[in-house]
Design a protein around this ligand. Structure first.
Ligand code: SF4
Length: 375
């Protein structure tokens, strides 16, 4: 039996120090604390999120979220509209939402203040809010991604016991695109669970299905196993897939990601190959504001995309590119101004070949004629 507890929280919107370069999210917002979907691999169980231990049994429903968010955005002097990731340590459309409607209330406020949103879910409950999500997509930008890890229902029942079936999730993606084509849609094929969902067949079918429902992208990533999350997952594995436990110990060797780099490389290369074969993007198209951040965001996206490819192909030096992207995302003025003042090197990590790349990108994206047009 799941218990719902109404609780007052001080904050409802969290600003990230660095923009997340997977989903291009600047803010995060969790309508609930805890998640009834109870996925066995959920990383919200790890200590870094400080969630209560029985997080899939007791769901804290945040009180007065609409009023709180409205007050925060109305008074905000230092906040600029940017992409809000809704959910993350909870599923915004878990069963509680059908009753309490916290997610819908928050979406109404984001629409009012013109904040773009990125939603990841495993519930077809999101279809209820298509009208609102479509309006956000028309005003700014909206992305809805379904996390789907396997096309085999037996595997899904073990990994995600209370989520919608994979078929329902793919059908929902198709419906969203048909009814609200401006919404960017995608599949989060994450985590790719070793020995249960990493077969060539499953990986190829995931990409093919993404293509068939006309989704815009598929993101893929491996399984992390941190502290309490690892303990929970391995305990569950022991209960129903005992034969895999030893294989996991060999693959991870106590690390939070697989120690075997050849394994990771195999997955990445296969996935890149399938994405190419079915012409499916493996990166999200980010929202680009029209103020001074425009050129910064365009350049940061290119650097982060390059870092991502280097990383998954096992190339060294990707962190420098990623950090350069992070610092460019955070600039308080247009990077073109810094270039004109010959101050690009004041940006951390922008030197050597990265600086040369940035200079080329400034030429590509800087359409302004005068300095004044930046203000
Ligand atoms: S839906 Fe997401 S947040 Fe909820 S239990 Fe599953 S992985 Fe965790």
């Amino acid at each position: 039996m799941v218990k719902y507890v109404l609780r007052e929280y001080k904050t409802i919107l969290n600003k990230l120090k660095f923009i997340d370069t997977w989903f291009w999210v600047r803010y995060t917002c969790n309508p609930y604390q805890g998640c009834e979907h109870a996925c066995v691999y959920c990383d919200a169980r790890s200590e870094r999120y400080y969630i209560h231990p029985e997080f899939d049994q007791t769901i804290f429903v945040k009180k007065n979220v609409k009023e709180k968010l409205d007050a925060k955005l109305r008074r905000a002097r230092t906040l600029l509209p940017d992409v809000v990731g809704i959910g993350g340590t909870c599923d915004a459309y878990q069963p509680a939402e059908m009753n309490y409607k916290n997610t819908r209330k928050l979406l109404e406020v984001f629409l009012k203040y013109k904040y773009p949103v990125f939603l990841s879910t495993k519930s077809i409950g999101v279809l209820r809010d298509l009208d609102l999500l479509g309006k956000i997509a028309n005003e700014t930008a909206c992305c809805v991604a379904f996390t789907i890890t396997s096309l085999e229902e037996k595997v899904n029942l073990f990994l995600e016991p209370r989520a919608a079936t994979a078929e329902e999730r793919f059908l929902a993606l198709e419906k969203i695109k048909q009814e609200q084509p401006k919404i960017q849609t995608g599949v989060n094929f994450m985590p790719i669970v070793p020995y249960l969902a990493d077969s060539d067949e499953n990986m190829e079918n995931m990409v093919r299905s993404t293509r068939e429902v006309k989704a815009d992208f598929i993101l893929f990533a491996g399984l992390t196993l941190r502290d309490k999350q690892a303990l929970f997952f391995l305990r569950k594995l022991e209960e129903s897939h005992q034969n895999l436990v030893e294989k996991y110990h060999k693959l991870y060797q106590g690390n939070y990601v697989p120690k075997d780099k050849a394994y990771l490389l195999r997955i990445s290369q296969k996935m890149l190959g399938y994405c190419k074969k079915y012409s499916v993007n493996y990166r999200v198209k980010r929202w680009i504001p029209s103020d001074f951040r425009r050129i910064n965001y365009l350049i940061a996206q290119e650097l982060a995309d390059k870092a991502y490819e280097m990383q998954i192909l096992g190339k060294k030096g990707y962190k420098g590119w990623l950090w350069a992207a992070n610092h460019i995302n955070n600039l308080p003025e247009s990077i073109a101004i810094l270039a004109k003042k010959e101050q690009l090197e004041t940006i951390r990590n922008v030197r050597g070949i990265i600086k040369a790349e940035v200079e080329g990108l400034i030429k590509k994206y800087d359409k302004s004629k005068t300095l004044d047009s930046y203000f």
